[in-house]
Design a protein around this ligand. Structure first.
Ligand SMILES: *Cc1c(COP(=O)(O)O)cnc(C)c1O
Length: 298
């Protein structure tokens, strides 16, 4: 929701773009289709917001290329992908503007808040002004427009600076968690978000698809819950959310990829501090569920 709601805050109308099956992020083909449709109507969007879901880098090269072709700025929602890179460059700095979240559930946290990545001094000053109640540089607090109170406190920023030092260790820990799941479930037929060439995901959360296994998502979630293990479905796509039911949604050839990814997708415990023993319990529960399902189907 946090990616889409700001569009409404400023009175704009979101157009939702379907996912592709490799990274599960914005489909460049669907984006191009949306642009062509918009250009025909003579009304291009003010910006494109791309998310790097669960820290897996989107097809950002293609997406940036399409945006430049149509002259539309690209905003990177790197809230989940701090530490992920593309050609060695941090996500959040590849588009025209980027942002990170330091919410409690993210790879590093300041308990709340986030950070903007700005392309130049002018844009940075504008953002700082808007985040500070649009205060002008005058001793009596002069205001010529409506601003916000959207700043990170100095205390939070201090925590954040400390946390930044451990980001690489966190990324390595999450990648190890991901690699173990992938290795242990190989025989089940589970599939995962793929890394595009020259990208490195922080694997903030391990999410997997069950459509090529004998496992049903809700059954598996139930078994995990019984074993005291928290899991979640893959984020519900925005076009299926009641609040954005009426939003325009662009897919390629009428195929609803994001709905399919949601239906069969599950997020597993992936914390940087997940111990080997804890992860082994998750793995064993999944394997046991698979055995029970297989027996029942005989
Ligand atoms: C967490 C998150 C945000 C921002 O969350 P805040 O709680 O506002 O910091 C934005 N987009 C995505 C994809 C997120 O996961």
């Amino acid at each position: 929701m946090a990616s889409v709601n700001p569009i409404r805050y400023v009175g704009a109308i979101p157009v939702l773009i379907d996912s592709e099956t490799a990274t599960w992020n914005m489909s460049p083909d669907a984006l191009r289709k949306a642009f062509v449709q918009a250009a025909t109507k003579g009304k291009l969007p003010k910006a494109v917001i791309v998310v790097h879901l669960y820290g897996v880098v989107a097809k950002i090269g293609e997406i940036r290329h399409i945006c430049r072709e149509f002259g539309v700025p690209l905003i990177e929602d790197a809230a989940e992908s701090l530490g992920s890179t593309w050609h060695g460059q941090m996500t959040g700095t590849i588009g025209d503007i980027g942002f990170y979240s330091f919410n409690g559930n993210k790879i590093i946290t300041t308990s709340g808040g986030g950070m903007l990545m700005m392309p130049n001094e002018e844009t940075k000053q504008l953002a700082l002004k808007l985040a500070t109640q649009a205060r002008e540089d005058a001793p009596h607090y002069e205001h010529d427009q409506v601003g916000y109170n959207y700043r990170l406190s100095n205390v939070s920023a201090g925590i954040g600076r400390g946390q930044l030092e451990v980001i690489e260790q966190r990324v390595q820990a999450r990648r190890r968690v991901f690699a173990r799941y992938e290795r242990m479930f190989r025989q089940l037929g589970t599939t995962y978000q793929r890394e595009v060439p020259y990208s490195r995901a922080n694997r903030w959360l391990t999410a997997m698809q069950l459509d090529q296994t004998e496992l049903h998502r809700d059954t598996l979630m139930q078994r995990l819950a019984t074993a005291g293990i928290e899991s979640r479905p893959v984020w519900k796509p925005m076009h299926l959310q009641p609040v954005y039911r009426d939003a325009e949604y662009v897919t390629v050839d009428g195929e609803d990829v994001s709905r399919r990814l949601f239906k069969n997708g599950i997020c597993l415990p992936s914390g940087s501090d997940l111990t080997l023993v804890e992860q082994q319990q998750v793995i064993q529960t999944v394997l046991d569920t698979r055995s029970i399902v297989a027996e029942q189907s005989v």
